[in-house]
Design a binder for this molecule. Structure first.
Ligand code: IMP
Ligand code: MG
Length: 179
């Protein structure tokens, strides 16, 4: 059955664009030098593309894939590294780029994994955050938008792999949301 998307966007494309410009400026104020980005596939791909074009300066980009056992669209509590980054990150300034932080389980695992490799700094930029859903406390330095407990799609975010291509962010009706 097709999911029911909100008739108007929760966050329209122009609002996302404006916020990303602010986030990029904030990131560059704190880390003006070479920045190595670790982007989390797949959800972050559009956010990454827009963010890096606002960052300026020296930027290198790596991708990582993680998956959680069991659950299809939300984290089950156990995270697995599916595809690692290519570069060594010791002594470097690292920025994790993630689409959304929900329970925090995925990001907590990722940060722990990367921190063990001794980067100089390790910060995180998330387009979206749902603090009321947090099960694991995790620090996120740059948050685009804070959401209530609602499932969203578009702008890279999916429901069973669909809707990533929508330019705006929409909410999904509770009856078609994955929980
Ligand atoms: P966490 O480990 O619970 O924080 O889950 C993070 C992952 O769950 C994200 O990277 C998304 O892939 C997925 N996720 C959580 N909430 C949503 C949502 O509202 N829409 C789409 N994907 C979501
Ligand atoms: Mg997903």
């Amino acid at each position: 059955m097709d999911a029911v998307l909100s008739s108007t966007p929760l966050i329209p494309a122009d609002g996302i664009e404006r916020r990303i410009r602010e986030m990029a400026a904030e990131i560059r104020r704190e880390t003006p030098g070479p920045l190595h980005i670790v982007a989390v596939l797949k959800g972050a791909f559009i956010f990454l593309a827009d963010l890096v074009r606002q960052l300026g300066g020296e930027v290198t980009i790596d991708f990582i894939s993680l998956s959680s056992y069991g659950a299809s669209t939300t984290s089950s509590g156990t995270v697995r590294l599916v595809n690692d980054i290519e570069a060594a990150i010791d002594g470097r300034d690292i920025l994790v780029v993630e689409d959304i932080v929900d329970s925090g389980v995925t990001l907590a695992f990722l940060l722990e994994t990367l921190r063990a490799r001794q980067p100089r700094t390790l910060r995180t930029a998330c387009l979206l955050s749902k603090p009321s859903r947090r099960e694991v406390q995790v620090a996120v330095e740059y948050v685009g938008f804070t959401l209530d407990d609602q499932f969203v799609v578009g702008y890279g975010l999916d429901l069973a792999e669909r809707y990533r291509n929508l330019p705006h962010i929409f909410t999904i009706a509770p009856e078609s949301a994955p929980r």
